[in-house]
Write a protein that binds this ligand. Sequence first.
Ligand SMILES: Nc1ncnc2c1ncn2[C@@H]1O[C@H](COP(=O)(O)OP(=O)(O)O)[C@@H](O)[C@H]1O
Ligand SMILES: [Mg+2]
Length: 358
Amino acid sequence: MTPEQQRHQAQLAFAASGAELEVGSPADCPLPVELLLATAAASPWVTQHFAGGLTAEVYRIEAGGRQWTLKRARMPCKVQNVDGQTSFLNEVQRRAEIQRLKARPGGAERFAALVDTQYASYRQGLLLSPWIAGEAVQEWDERRLLQLFDCLHVLLLEGLFEWDLCAGNILDDGRIRLFDFGYMYRFDPLRAFNSNGTAMPQFHGAERFETRHYFAHLLRLEKQSEARALDAFELEKRIALQAYQRLQRELRQRGASPGVLAWLETLIQRWQGALRAGLDGLYLEEAWRSHWLDLHDDLGGQTCTPLTLARIDWLQDCLAARHPDLQSLGLLAGRGQEHWRAQLRQAHGDATRWQVGA
Ligand SMILES: Nc1ncnc2c1ncn2[C@@H]1O[C@H](COP(=O)(O)OP(=O)(O)O)[C@@H](O)[C@H]1O
Ligand SMILES: [Mg+2]
């Protein structure tokens, strides 16, 4: 069994067992749990309702003189695969672990980027956190990138791999914050590349951020000017490089396997070389990969948005304009241009059919 199949099996068995998993206790809630469970958009304690979520309904509520976020699991959730179906259980499991990390000496500061859990109950489909009075990130400057990579760094060292670093899952209230752990999985950072063991070396922390988020941001910058997009890419790569050098050092000290260290070394060398000699090829490579992978995520879950279509546009334009470069970078897997054109036509049809709204 692959690590992914093992996770699915264990989580589905837990779901079928009827066992409860709680974080904290009902007594920690600022309102009785019965009231929280009865929450609807019109409840007097609700000040905002996010109905657009695929796996949950999210309410901003006011209680006990503070603002909270109440997340109610969607039963069934709208994502059509096992990862989606188990994402609420997964989130409660990760939150239990994160609360334990925060309780260690120095943990509150080290893991400050991860939202606190006031109370969670898997069986009741309820999760209560402090409200983060922040905004989605519009402009990725140095401070924000450093904080994000610092957060990824401490997560990776603890063996927590976050797959879904999309724009809707990052807030900035003066500090970068993560709060949605539905697709954060455990792994052994000393022996594995990610939560799929060593089978998929293409997936790592920086890649997840670029794929799910940063290249959507760069897509918008490209429309203003290619130079702006390239500058923003350079900033991100410099910060990612520093973060990976530090990660490699700390994993080595902890006794990481030669395979993991060599895999990081390959990434470090590639980025270092491009930062010295020119980023054009690396930009093309990472952009092609990011848009393509993210497109498959959306198609796999049948959850497409206007951004999915914008990514397809980019890939089609890129294929037309830069076919020889794509080929020489080895990004076309030996297949001809017509093959990729047909793939993209098919993807466009599916993504149009599976729009779930922004
Ligand atoms: N603690 C929080 N503080 C502020 N806003 C939040 C918080 N948690 C969630 N949100 C808002 O609710 C939205 C959906 O929450 P999220 O946990 O990402 O649910 P889903 O699993 O449906 O993606 C987020 O994009 C964010 O805007
Ligand atoms: Mg989310």
